[in-house]
Design a binder for this molecule. Structure first.
Ligand SMILES: [Zn+2]
Length: 319
């Protein structure tokens, strides 16, 4: 904040009543209680299914106006950030992983960064422990796509399987791309390494619209990657979309769905997918959990101007 702005706020707030507060009320704030955030997990229900979103920290991207959005100039990106009270010097891109307990299965959607991608990411393990989630009890892992921030948590730093009892369910188009010859070599090697410790007969390739568990079906949302897949969870009359990376940070490409971030592999298809899914979700008032949306990352989209507002679902202590 600039000194000028700070001074003007101080002047605006300098009501006579403040000047006459008793001395005790003017004491400095007590010392901070610690340098760690509270455990980052959040529970809610979709019908009878229990959903737990677990935070895996964030990656800080410096100068988001430079080189992040392919088809918008720096001034436009800075204006978008400023309009939503965000700094322009950096953009924190958060990672949120969804667990669904159906009563008979514990299903994980994507696996986070595994602490392998950024010093500020990798909090998933502590947050899972705080939430009482034992990785050995996860019996299914369902993937939206294979970028590093979604598959790296499959393995420990030593390269061992983190989820020894899980069946891995992968969109067949995504698998075919990353395991085939068209994929860029270096990221493809990373992907193969993450799946490597899991026996081939524990990996099930399915169509992007397949039912992966009772009431949980894939929704083809290709574009971000060739086989990118979202999931619709239905229980009773309630639904929730597990979005994956149909958007990155919502200020960037929910507010501006025509903006193409560098991670969108087929940017035109990704944009068409984004608009189609959000128009439908807005019309149906379907809640969405967004992998890169601010924690706890559950909200609704609403058409606004040329894009969409993301409206956070109200936080509640009730489950
Ligand atoms: Zn991602």
């Amino acid at each position: 904040m600039s000194v000028t702005r700070r001074t003007s706020i101080a002047a605006a707030l300098a009501a006579p009543a403040l000047a006459t507060l008793p001395a005790a009320a003017q004491q400095a704030a007590p010392q901070a209680q610690g340098s760690r955030q509270a455990p980052g997990f959040y529970r809610s229900k979709v019908g009878t299914y229990e959903v737990t979103v677990v935070n895996d920290g964030f990656n800080r991207r410096p100068n988001p106006a430079e080189g992040f959005v392919r088809n918008a100039d720096a001034a436009a990106v800075n204006r978008a950030l400023e309009a939503e009270m965000l700094p322009t010097g950096h953009l924190d891109i958060t990672f949120n992983i969804t667990f669904v307990n159906t009563g008979s299965e514990l299903i994980l959607f994507d696996t986070g960064t595994g602490g392998l991608l950024a010093p500020t990411a990798g909090t998933m393990w502590d947050n899972m422990a705080a939430a009482g989630i034992d990785p050995a009890r996860v019996n299914k892992i369902v993937f939206t796509h294979f970028h590093g921030d979604h598959v790296s948590g499959l393995v420990t730093r030593e390269g061992q399987a983190r989820f020894p009892n899980a069946e891995l369910i992968v969109p067949e188009t995504e698998w075919a791309f990353w395991m085939g010859e068209r994929a860029p070599q270096q990221p493809a090697a990373m992907v193969k390494g993450r799946f490597g410790p899991y026996a081939a007969d524990r990996i099930r390739r399915v169509a992007s619209n397949a039912e992966v568990a009772p009431g949980i079906a894939g929704v083809p949302t290709h574009g971000h990657t060739p086989g990118h897949t979202s999931y619709l969870i239905s229980s009773g009359s309630s639904t929730l979309i597990v979005l994956g990376d149909v958007t990155n940070h919502p200020t960037i490409n929910a507010r501006n769905p025509g903006w193409h971030v560098v991670f969108d592999m087929d940017a035109a298809e990704a944009e068409a997918t984004r608009r189609r899914l959000f128009d439908r979700a807005a019309a149906d008032r379907t809640p969405i959990v967004g992998y890169h949306w601010p924690f706890p990352s559950i909200g609704y989209v609403r058409p606004q101007g040329n894009g969409y507002d993301v409206i956070a679902a109200p936080w509640t202590s009730a489950i």
